[in-house]
Structure formats: C-alpha cells, structure tokens
Design a protein around this ligand. Sequence first.
Ligand code: GLA
Length: 727
Amino acid sequence: MPISYNEKDRTFKIDTEKTSYIIQVYDENYILNLYYGAYIPDSYVPGRAIRAANASFSPADPVMGENGFSPDAAPMEYATIGAGDFRVSALEIQNSNGDNVTDIRYCGYKIYDGKKDIPQLPSSYANSDSEAQTLELYAKDAVTGAAVTLYYSVFPKYDVIARRVSVTNGSSRKMRIGRAFSLCLDLPEMDYDLISLHGCYAKERNIERRRLGHGIQGVSSRRGSSSHVQNPFIALAQRGADEEHGDVYGFNLVYSGNFAALVECDYNCTSRVVMGIDPETFSWTLESGETFDTPEAIMVYTPSGIGEMSRIFHRFYNNNLIRGRYKTEKRPLLINSWEAAFFDFDDDKLVAFAKEAKKLGVEMLVMDDGWFGNRNDDTCSLGDWYVNEKKLKGGLGDLIRRINDIGLKFGIWYEPEMISPDSDLFRAHPDWCVHVEGRKPMLGRNQYVIDMSRKDVRDNIWEQMYKVLSENKIDYLKWDFNRNISDADSALLPPERKKEFFHRFVSGTYDLMNRLITTFPNILFENCSGGGGRYDPAMLCYSPQIWASDNTDAIDRLYIQFGTSMCYPASSMGAHVSANRRTGYETKCNVARWGTFGLELDPTKLTEDEAGIIRRQIGEYHRNYELVNRGDLYRLISPFENPRMAAWQFVSPDKSRTMLTLVTICSEYHRRLKVKLRGLAPDAYYKNEQSGEILSGALLMNAGLEINGWAGQTGDSLVMYFDKTER
Ligand code: GLA
C-alpha cells in the first residue's frame, strides 16, 4: 500500500518506489511534516517534530505550555497565518469578524485507490485506480468553521505526489480566503540552490540557479497568465547537485494564471516552500457551505540529480497529464503559414504552400492568423470569428477540400480570449472587454482581453467557434493568447469579489477549452501565447503540444529548449524550422527534432539543396518519432554552462537505441571532442549506425565517445545514432 496510517505514532506514510513522505498528527492535532526524501522503511522520524528550544521569541501553544510546542519552530504541513507561525503561510482566511488569524487542526482522513478530478480545474489523472492512491487529510479551524482538505495523490511508479487543497465554509456566515496555496513543504535544511525559469517574449525559460538565503525568495506572475517572464516551476537542488547526482525537489503548478512559488528560510535554517495562486492578486469569498478548490501542484523528489527530476516529470506528463487521441497517436507533421506569409495570404497561396510541402513529406497545413473578419494586420477583427471570403475566395470548405486533395490535413488559428477595439463584436458589446469602469483599458498588440470570466461572453465565442469547427473538416487548432491582462475587472463582479477576477478568468478559459476538447476530440490542439507565454502543465491537459517560442533561431532555441526541458517533455515542445539565416537547414532541423518538428517557411522559396535537406530530415523525424516522443532525455552539455557547445541525447525506454545531437554555438576550440553518453545499458554493446563501430554502453558512458575530425564550425551540428547489438 503506497499510503498507510500508523496508529502508534499517528503518522501517515506516502511511499513511491524510491521516495517516502511522512506526515504526523502531533499533540493538540497539529499536522506536521516529518520527512520527504529517499525511501525509508520507517513510518516515524524521531526529533523532527519540535524545535522549541531553538525558537526565537516564538509563541508557544497554550495547552502544551512554555517550551512545549511552537508552530513557528515546527515543520507545519500546511502553515496558516497569525496563530504562532511567522513564516510565509499557505492559508489565510478572514472570517466575518474581520480578523485573519487562521489555525487548522487535524480531524480525520480517508485513503482510497485512484484519484478524483478537481471540479472545473485541469489536473493529472490515473489511467486506472491501481496506478494511484489518494490521501485526504481533514482539518478544521474551530473558531471560523473553515474546513480544509489536504489531498495527496501518489503515483508510486513515477515517484510523483500530486497535491491540492480545498477550503469549505463550514460556518453560517461569509468568509474570505486571502490565500490558499496548493502546496506547503517544510524541509529541515536550507542548504539548497533554487532553480527557476525566467525569460521574456522570444527568450522563454532561461535556467537560473541561485543559493537560498535567509528570508523569502521565489518567483511569481501577476500578468494574468503563467507567462514568459517566470514559469510555474521551481526546484530545490542540493548544493553541488548536477544532472546526474544529488538531491533534487521539483515543483510544478498545474495552472495557467497568476501564481507564486516562494521559499522562506528561517532562523532555524529550515526552508518552507509554498506554491499556488498568487496571493497578491487573489481573494475569494465563500458563502456558507461553499468550497474553493486550489489548482494542483506536482511534487517530485530524486536523489539522482536534475536530469532525473526532469525525466520523472516528462514520463509523468506523457502518461498522466497529456490526454486524448494524440497522447499516443502519432501527430501529423505540419507547416504553419505564419512566418511564411504573416497576414499576406489567400487561398491560392496556401494551396501552393501545401503542394510544395507535400513533396517534402509534410502532413498538415496550418492557416495561422489572418483568415477571419477584416484581419490584414494586427489592428482589428479579434472576436469576429467568421471567414474572410475576400482572402479565401471559395470559402473555408473549398480551401480545405483543395488542401485535403493534395493529401494534407488542415489546421486553423484562433485567439478566443481577445477582442479588437476595431471589431463587430466590440462595437456590439463594448462592455465585454476586460476593463475597470471609468478607466480606458491598456492596449496590448492593439487588442483588449475579452472577459472570459463571464459565461455569456464564453457562450458567444463558443458559438462562433462551433460554427466554423463543426461545418468544416478541421484537424488542428492553434489557440493563441497575445497579451497580458491589465485593468483586471469584470462588470458582473460585486465589489467584494473583484479580486476573484483573475482566477475566474482562467477558469473561464478552461471551461471553453474543455468544451472544445470534449466536442471535438479528434482535433489536435496546440497552445500558444506569443510563443511560450503560457507553457504550463495545465495547458498540457488540453493541448498535447505547446508552441515553445516565436523565436525559431536554432541557436537561441538551444537555450529555450534546454530550459523548457526542465519539466516539460519533448513530446509537448512545439519546434519548427524557419527561414531565418543564422544557421543552415541541417542544424535548424536537428534542433527542431528535439520537439514536435514542423515547418514555418515558404516552401516555394526553398532551393533544391534546402528542400533536399528538409526532405531527408523529415524522414529522420518519422524514423525517430517514438525515440524522441517517448524516450528519456539526457542533457549532456548545457549552453547555459558551456558557451561553445550544446549536446543532448534521447534514449529509448528499453535502452536499445539512442540519438546524440551536438551543436556548435561558437567554434573557438574543439579539434578533439569527447562526449560521455548516458542512460545506456553498461553491459550491452551498441553499434554506431553511421560508422558501424561497436562499443559497449560502459565504454560510451565512462570512457566517452571520441569525436575526431568533425570541423564543427559555428552553427554546425552532428547527429549520431547507436543501436544495441550482439557483439
Ligand atoms: C503569436 C504566435 C505566432 C503567430 C502570431 C499570429 O505571436 O506566437 O506563432 O500565431 O501570434 O498573430
């Protein structure tokens, strides 16, 4: 049983194959965390519960008396505000008296097989009840009547625990949640580095690693989306931990809105991690009997380094987060019209693209922005989701028929959460844009955000989308989101609920996405937000792939892809080959083959040589689809650490095949190159597909692969394959 209750010590133990997590119900029903780390057989860890002797002016529990117990010096399982714990809190409830002192104590539990969905929110799932087990821990604030449930769903095979919380108003009066984090974890040390992913438009998810210090540190977004700027992912890595070694804790929030992931290190040199909805831009009013559910946070621990943490996330997301037809079915290789034509296309141009693309081995044409309303640039028409028949002269149905006749599937672009001031929809409903009464809202890319928190607005957008999608044979939909949210307010919200707006907006988006995937289960859905501005686990519940960045330069992509791979699998990473010039097509293709692979160029303008490279590379993509889509990723040489070179490797789950890719960022120096491979079976032999040379897995990993005679000029790349063989 992965979850067990030990009556003697009043402890709950949550085991995965390689990890253990122990919660104790302490005296006076305080809920404490005794352990999270590598598997231990014990269900109790002595000495963890109290550090009263070390307390610093920390108030003591009145029942246990002075020096008995202080929440400020204890490893609190779900820390609350105002009742003796001065560190960053996970829960704040303002009751009808107006004070916000919150104090929850244990009052029961339930353990069951499987995992339940969260009402209205995306989350990970168990493929069968035997794959996961769930612990619900019940706690109550005796004064306010707040009833809190802490959920822990464990996936033993994946070494993952998914956590979330719900708060129910058990009183007869209103209460207001000021913060409700999804996860709180008290670790007994602070000797860690904090790893996070920061960036901006076209430079998403740079890896940043800093030493934890006393006080509060962390990352957050208040932009209305998970954002380009910070990603809802953090890791705590033991000082000196690298890709292969060391304790690493990884945390990833299944949420696309404002978030915070904070770590506080205190005077006892412990660290507390909290992750969830950003408390600065949130509050929620609960009427008597109502419940608020937080989003889910995914928690991973491994003693085997940062690389293994990433692989755990990748395997788990491929199996327990991504869903639908294209979770397992091979996805069509696409060409997208955006960088090829921007807004300047018509039906004939798209058909010409399709004809040439077909010759290259492409399987689907995606018509990007510009097909609707009067949209010839980015100043108008968002919200007018009907076909521009001046551009598509025979209508959409006719265009799709022509594309299908060539042998390609057809995909389309939408930006459903936006409205242009110059649109029929805005003229009909000026109050539908996100705005504050009496203020002129900020513009972003000439557009406003539409109020997705309102059901009437969502219904209108849904009806428009439904018409196009149900009347036409559409195989793919790219869902874009091209600005962040300012002037956050909804005309329908009463004053005390204004800070609910951001969460209601995100929940509204999820509602619309849910309608889409349930009504059109055969449409492949790709998420996008000006590139990778909403690359988060929640979006993976709707779209198996996410456009990683508008930056398609192969060298810049190395950084973006290394960063993205911290927790997101290659199967999800939208990566296209474009016409930009910094590297040749060989390298552009080799880098894009880390992800979903596709084209974002005008195929009628390719030279014969270029078309030849792309055709061959498309063949390589098909041949290695499973290896990249399901294989284990090893980051061998990171561009964040080595200014001259990047290298990575995919290994099939049965270790029978591997693909090694090297890219020269700057050819300053490497006449002789040695790369140590990873993840192979040491006692097996592998044949180099190109040279025929046979070497043991042990040699390739320990002595390393000597690569002599590869010129490796700036922007060059090399791909090598090795297959398991008899000696
Ligand atoms: C965003 C996307 C691009 C493209 C444009 C269209 O920038 O990231 O891929 O779809 O919008 O306007």
